[in-house]
Design a binder for this molecule. Structure first.
Ligand SMILES: Cc1cn([C@H]2C[C@H](O)[C@@H](COP(=O)(O)OP(=O)(O)OP(=O)(O)O)O2)c(=O)[nH]c1=O
Length: 206
C-alpha cells in the first residue's frame, strides 16, 4: 500500500538535508544511522575499484536506505518511509569525498580551481520493500583561485564535512562562477527531484 501525506524518516546526520527538507514542508523525524553502528551495519563510503561515480553514489544511497530500515526494525520504531541521500563530487573520473585534513582539502580545491566539475546527489525513498530513487547532476564552474586564498579557506571549518572540500552555501560561493543544475542538489538534497520522488511514493507535500 502506498503511503500518503504521512511522516517520514530522514536517515541523515547532515544539517543541510534537514534544513532543505524542512524548506519544502515535509513532515519528518530523524533516524541516525551511525549511532547504531555497534549493533548494526554501517555504510562504507569507499568507491569500489573503477566504480563509475553515478553507480557509486546510487549504491551508497541504497545502502544507507537498507541500513536505516534495519535500524527502524531493531529499534521497533513505527514503520515509515525512509529518505536517504548521498552527494559526491567528481572530476576527471575521480571521486572526491570529504577531505580528511588540510593537505587533502588544499589539493582538492587546487584540482577544482579554474575548471568545471560535477556534483551528483542521489536520493532514495524506501518503503514496504519498494525503493524510489533518483540522481541529480550539476555542473559547477570554479574561477581560478590563487593558492593563498585556497590555503586561507582551508583554515576554516567549512570544507571538512563536505564532499569536494567546499560548501556552495558558505564562503566558497566566492569561487563559483557558474552552476548548471540544482543549488539544493549541490547542498545535499535536490528539492525539485525530491518532491517528485515523494509524489511517486505517494507522499503528499502540499
Ligand atoms: C559540494 C557540497 C557538499 N555539501 C555536503 C552535502 C553532504 O552533507 C556532504 C556530503 O556527504 P554525504 O556523505 O552525502 O552526507 P553526510 O555524511 O553529510 O550525511 P549522511 O550520510 O548522514 O546523510 O557534503 C555541502 O553542504 N555543500 C556543497 O557545496
Amino acid at each position: 500500500m502506498k503511503p500518503s501525506g504521512q511522516k517520514i524518516y530522514l536517515a541523515s546526520k547532515s544539517p543541510r538535508r534537514r534544513e532543505l527538507l524542512r524548506q519544502i514542508g515535509v513532515d519528518f523525524e530523524l533516524l541516525m544511522l551511525r549511532e547504531d553502528s555497534v549493533r548494526g551495519p554501517d555504510v562504507s563510503e569507499i568507491p569500489h575499484p573503477d566504480e563509475p561515480s553515478e553507480q557509486y553514489v546510487e549504491r551508497v544511497t541504497r545502502e544507507k536506505a537498507v541500513c536505516a530500515r534495519q535500524i527502524m526494525l531493531w529499534r521497533r520504531l513505527p514503520v515509515r518511509p525512509v529518505l536517504t541521500a548521498d552527494t559526491t563530487v567528481t572530476i576527471d573520473g575521480r571521486i572526491l569525498g570529504k577531505p580528511a585534513d588540510v593537505t587533502e582539502a588544499v589539493s582538492m580545491l587546487q584540482l577544482l580551481s579554474g575548471r568545471t566539475h560535477q556534483v551528483l546527489t542521489s536520493v532514495a525513498i524506501h518503503h514496504d520493500d519498494q525503493t524510489w530513487q533518483t540522481t541529480q547532476r550539476s555542473d559547477v564552474t570554479f574561477a581560478k583561485i590563487p593558492d593563498r586564498i585556497i590555503e586561507s579557506y582551508c583554515t576554516l571549518q567549512e570544507p571538512y564535512d563536505k564532499a569536494g572540500g567546499y560548501a556552495v552555501q558558505g564562503q566558497a560561493a566566492i569561487f563559483i562562477q557558474n552552476i548548471a543544475g540544482s543549488y539544493s542538489g549541490i547542498m545535499g538534497l535536490p528539492l525539485f527531484e525530491t518532491a517528485q520522488l515523494l509524489q511517486q511514493a505517494g507522499i503528499r507535500i502540499l
